[in-house]
Design a binder for this molecule. Structure first.
Ligand code: FAD
Ligand code: DLZ
Length: 508
């Protein structure tokens, strides 16, 4: 046996800087990339996600070949069932000493690769830690060790210090760690939102799009609108455009809900970061530079860096710290089936309909839509935690379980027993009205709580408080709301809760 290695590169590991490729030697090792049925169908992925990954994988194959690597590439049309089958096929035809893989981003695959593959493939399988992230598993576990509460804010400060991002020596730049309070302005058409530059699909992407349309006829995603970057160069151009054109307004309108634009001033980079086309540290450094050069405010730069250096790393840390038990959690016992309109956006609630529609069509919704429109609705209506998580995993172009699960189960649905959120992100229609302009186009009124014109979020909100008041009465951030609800006339409370119950019964 020679010392040649088979290096499997997954669809979300498309970086020459990932550890398995850093260890690869052209002329000695074989690289395998495979488009396979199992990965393409474990949820009903958005077609944008499949097209993005398959096209980016095909482009990356050429990049690796130009670096002198031998790449075995299995296209979807070959009908390969699974990654394991693809590895097995290459092993049968070649003399290699071991299979080497950068660890996958989902627990289900890690388990297979670690516990099953060595036996079924009869070969050593070496998994390397994915050091494209800025906090290793050990870093996060050490930080979490002995803490009663794992609050993102404190993890984030540690990361700022460690990477010297937005720091003046040992102090945070500007004297404050967090400018969150400046990031909550509601949308009233204050400034113009620039059009995004178009990336037209090249011949390879167009071919992938045709194939995806033919092979995934029932998946969500309007591929006529496919405009994603599929190479590192184009992803970097997209990110540059964001820094030059919308970063300045990103901070102020980070939480805004905007009728006219799905993207608002957001970065639109999660799909590239998660697939390996962008790296988190250069992204943060570039944004810091923009601030130091006077191109944006500190609150915009900090607001953005907090998301990438703070939230993204923290969320991943929680996933690997608490899996597989984490996935079984359902603190509030939410078990109601998902309404059909999650798959066709046909609801009269304008904010929800817009957020679902663009999620299905583009595979994108910004954070506040995911958290405070769709997630908040699922929380208030008590929708089944796993069904909701599967929906999020399916519809978004940036969704992988390491990032989707803690955000959905933990942050949006308060299903993880307060690990991520110290209080539920529950809000009535008034919050949605304050944050944007959907209500102006809606047949429901955010000022009404019951009756056919009432915004459904209102009575659902009070029903949620009523249902869980024993649990949240002693929560310092919820106590006042619960106390006020308790003080209200019992008959009035009954009318509101019954109205919410009736609405829910009508959907199901
Ligand atoms: P911007 O608003 O421009 O933010 C910049 C970057 O910060 C993002 O690209 C992302 O990499 C990072 N970021 C911001 N918030 C988070 C967060 N809470 N967790 C992790 N990274 C964050 N993000 C995913 O990448 N994949 C998911 O599957 C996913 N599912 C989510 C589900 C729910 C219920 C919620 C509330 C949030 C979810 N997020 C997820 C986080 C966040 O909503 C998206 O990262 C963001 O909307 C992507 O758009 P953007 O690139 O324009 O982000
Ligand atoms: C999401 C996805 C899809 C749709 N298809 C493939 C594929 O055919 N081949 C592949 O290597 N990866 C794919 N992926 C990404 C994997 O599902 C991802 O690597 C795991 O979920 C771990 O994060």
């Amino acid at each position: 046996m020679n010392d040649s290695k088979l290096i499997l590169v997954l669809g979300d590991q498309l970086s020459t800087q990932q550890p398995a490729l850093r260890a690869a030697v052209p002329g000695r090792d074989i690289i395998l990339m495979a488009e396979v049925a199992e990965e393409a169908s474990y949820v009903r992925h958005n077609r944008h996600k499949i097209a993005l990954l398959f096209s980016a994988m095909r482009h990356f194959k050429h990049e690796l070949e130009s670096l002198g690597f031998r790449v075995e590439y299995v296209p979807f049309e070959a009908g390969m069932s699974s990654l394991e089958a693809a590895v097995s096929q290459v092993l049968d035809a070649n003399d290699v000493s071991e299979v080497m893989i950068c660890e996958p981003g989902e627990y289900r695959l890690l388990e297979q690769m670690k516990d099953v593959w060595p036996r079924t493939l009869g070969t050593r399988v070496t998994l390397l830690e994915d050091d494209r992230f800025l906090a290793s598993h050990t870093d996060f576990a050490e930080w979490a060790q002995g803490k009663k509460q794992l609050r993102m804010e404190f993890f984030y400060r540690k990361m700022r210090q460690r990477y010297q991002i937005l720091m003046d020596g040992s102090e945070p730049a500007g004297g404050k760690w967090n400018y969150d309070a400046d990031n909550r302005v509601g949308w009233r058409n204050q400034v113009e939102i620039p059009d995004r530059p178009d990336i037209r699909p090249d011949a390879m992407t167009s071919e992938v799009i045709e194939m995806v349309l033919a092979k995934f006829p029932d998946n969500p995603g309007d591929l006529r609108q496919f405009r994603l970057a599929v190479t590192k160069t184009d992803a970097e151009r997209q990110f540059d455009w964001f820094v030059e054109n919308t970063l300045g307004d990103f901070g102020t309108y980070q939480d805004a809900l905007v009728e006219e634009s799905p993207w608002v001033f957001h970065g639109l980079i999660s799909m590239y970061l998660n697939a390996g086309l962008l790296d988190p540290l250069p992204v943060c450094e570039r944004v810091e530079r923009a601030w130091r050069e006077g191109k944006c405010s500190l609150s915009a730069a900090e607001g953005f860096i907090r998301q990438v250096l703070g939230w993204r790393e923290y969320i991943r840390g929680i996933y690997w710290l608490l899996m597989p038990e984490y996935k079984e959690r359902n603190t509030l016992g939410a078990a109601r089936a998902l309404p059909a309109y999650f798959w066709d956006a046909k609801t009269d609630m304008r904010c929800l309909s817009r957020a679902i529609e663009q999620s299905l069509d583009h595979g994108y919704a910004h954070h506040i839509q995911r958290l405070m429109v769709i997630g908040n609705f699922a929380l208030l209506a008590g929708l089944d935690v796993m069904e909701v998580c599967d929906w999020y995993l399916a519809v978004y172009v940036d969704a992988y379980e390491w990032v989707e699960l803690p955000n959905t189960l933990g942050m949006a649905l308060y299903g993880d027993n307060a690990v991520i959120a110290s209080k539920p992100y529950a809000a009535s229609g008034k919050y949605i009205q304050k944050q944007g302009n959907h209500c102006q186009q809606c047949r429901y009124k955010p000022t009404k709580v019951t009756g056919p014109e009432a915004c459904p979020y209102n009575s659902l909100y009070w029903r949620f408080i009523d249902k869980h008041m024993d649990k949240f009465g002693s929560n310092p951030r919820m106590g006042l709301v619960v106390a006020n609800w308790r003080k209200r006339d019992p008959q009035e409370r009954e009318v509101i809760v019954s109205w919410a119950d009736k609405m829910i019964a009508d959907w199901t």
